[in-house]
Write a protein that binds this ligand. Structure first.
Ligand code: SF4
Length: 220
């Protein structure tokens, strides 16, 4: 199967809509997409959704967040976990946007990466979901599934991003994260993937070597 057929097959199996996808569909402000992506680190979509909506119901501009009381921000984003770190981070990012970017989220990778605490995954998410600029945000799902499918043979998300960028035609970049994140939450889950119901079962090489290597490294 080619990339197009595999991605189509994945799409057919999915239910619902991921939070960033929903924000993109509703053409939400890039600032909200940036903050939501920061809040999404190491938590589930449902928690990110609650935190984002609670925060933006009260404060929805860089100025308002930069000037807000840190303890109040912490309470508003509490559901996203690591809330003290995340509250400090989004206040800091808001201040830098005001100081350096006239309160407008930049539309290119280098400037996004210059924001405090913004790494490659977040920068690429903002490009894809806020601006529809082709990019490949690689989170744990994209990294894991790309390895299982045999598209890459890599040890970490940054390596995966590089190989995918070199091998996947650009026309598929915008939908890769959108599909793999939900696929990784619903079927190709981290532990005991549901291969028996997956329509790629026959063609998938099920390469778990990256995961096995990671697990044995953790045990040492
Ligand atoms: S067959 Fe299994 S490992 Fe392969 S994509 Fe489907 S769920 Fe993932």
């Amino acid at each position: 199967m080619n990339y197009n057929e595999i991605l189509d097959e994945i799409e057919k199996q999915l239910e619902g809509e991921a939070h960033l996808d929903e924000l993109a569909r509703k053409k939400q402000d890039p600032f909200k997409i940036l903050i939501s992506t920061i809040l999404s680190a190491r938590t589930k979509d449902a928690n990110t959704r609650i935190a984002t909506e609670r925060l933006f119901a009260k404060y929805d501009t860089p100025k308002e967040i930069a000037e807000a009381d840190i303890e109040e921000i912490e309470q508003l984003v509490k559901s996203s976990g690591f809330y003290k770190v995340k509250a400090a981070r989004i206040k800091e990012v808001s201040q830098v946007l005001i100081d350096k970017y006239n309160s407008i989220v930049p539309e290119n990778y280098e400037e996004l990466m210059s924001l405090p605490g913004v790494g490659s995954k977040t920068a690429n998410c903002v490009l894809v979901y806020a601006f529809k600029v082709p990019a490949i945000p690689v989170d744990t799902h994209v990294h894991r599934i790309s390895n299982r499918l045999g598209w890459v043979e890599t040890k970490n998300p940054l390596q995966t991003e590089k190989v995918l960028r070199d091998t996947i035609p650009k026309e598929f970049w915008l939908k890769l994260n959108r599909l793999f994140v939900r696929f990784g939450q619903q079927i190709c889950i981290p532990i005991r993937p549901k291969c028996e119901i997956c329509s790629l079962n026959e063609v998938c090489p099920k390469d778990f070597s990256m995961e096995i290597a990671m697990r044995s490294k953790k045990k040492k």
